[in-house]
Design a protein around this ligand. Structure first.
Ligand SMILES: [Zn+2]
Length: 299
């Protein structure tokens, strides 16, 4: 069951109706499934993403020698606030939890690893198509049209970025790796858009990698006994699993470890995208900013 199909549904004007439809479908779904899940589905976040807070955002300069934590951050910040392409990327990340909240694949929920990986691949294909269209418009002097396609490219990339972060927030990857490694920095960063890493995720799935069961998300592919999203997720420092500390990781919480891994993977995805599609930088400038685990369905 899905509320919306496609990967780019984003008309702000359809939001209230979609919200009502999804809420009722969700309640119906939960009662049909008969799961002992009495909590109401979390409220959808407000439709407009908060303004960029450059002090908490992750800033990346894909074409710089020093891509991360570079000097001259103030210059970057001045260019980022009000950047329409960065805004598009962030809005897409933000809307995933409302327009696509019932799709397991958008959040690596319900053990839907294969579906989520496929979803990210489709989104990157969309980026490729939009970039080609933007380039075609530039070549023909249609700058306004090119801007529209470039914005769409950033939107699709933002959707892929959200899913990538959820791989770390919604699975037990942190738990599995904390048993294997002595330091957080030794944990491999998984890139769910790269074939070698996709293979690795498949292998991990055979040896215990799961993601939380979400009663409002579909498909639900977890084997019996997998913990619920509420018990497994690490989106925030107050969640049941997120607040647990890992003593041999210098008492970092699972949330902090997931946040670190998601941030590293996010940076890598942005660098990958900007190197693959140089037009992204030509349109938006050399700096990109985004949040990690920004708005998480109120849970
Ligand atoms: Zn999500």
């Amino acid at each position: 069951m899905r509320c919306l199909s496609g990967t780019s549904a984003r008309s702000i004007y359809t939001f209230p109706l979609v919200g009502v439809m999804c809420a009722s479908l969700s309640l119906l779904g939960s009662s049909i499934d008969g799961h002992a899940e009495s909590r109401p589905k979390p409220a959808v976040p407000p439709p407009v993403a908060p303004s960029l807070d450059v002090d908490v955002a992750t800033v990346v300069c894909p074409s710089c020698d020093q891509k991360f934590e570079f000097p001259g951050h103030e210059e970057a910040n001045a260019n980022l606030v009000g950047n329409k392409y960065v805004q598009e990327l962030r809005q897409a990340m933000y809307w995933q939890d409302s327009y696509h909240q019932f799709e397991s694949k958008a959040h690596f929920d319900n053990c839907a690893f294969g579906e989520s990986i496929q979803y990210i691949a489709e989104l990157l294909k969309e980026v490729n198509t939009h970039v080609a269209s933007a380039q075609g418009d530039i070549d023909n002097g249609r700058d306004d049209a090119a801007e529209g396609y470039a914005k769409k490219a950033f939107f699709s990339l933002g959707q892929a970025l959200h899913a990538t972060q959820d791989l770390y927030a919604h699975s037990n990857y942190v738990e599995l790796m904390s048993r294997k490694y002595k330091k957080v920095v030794e944990i491999p960063i998984l890139h769910p858009w790269e074939p070698q890493h996709v293979k690795k995720i498949g292998e991990l799935k055979k040896t215990g990698l799961v993601s939380g069961y979400v009663f409002w998300g579909f498909p639900q592919t977890c084997p019996k006994g997998v913990p619920s999203h509420a018990n497994l997720a690490k989106d925030s420092p107050t969640m049941k699993s997120g607040k647990l500390v890992i003593p041999h990781f210098e008492n970092l919480t699972r949330y902090k470890v997931a946040l670190f891994l998601a941030r590293e993977a996010s940076k890598d995805l942005i660098v990958y995208a900007f190197e693959r599609w140089p037009l992204l930088e030509r349109m938006s400038g050399k700096y990109v900013a985004f949040e990690i685990f920004q708005e998480r369905r109120g849970i």
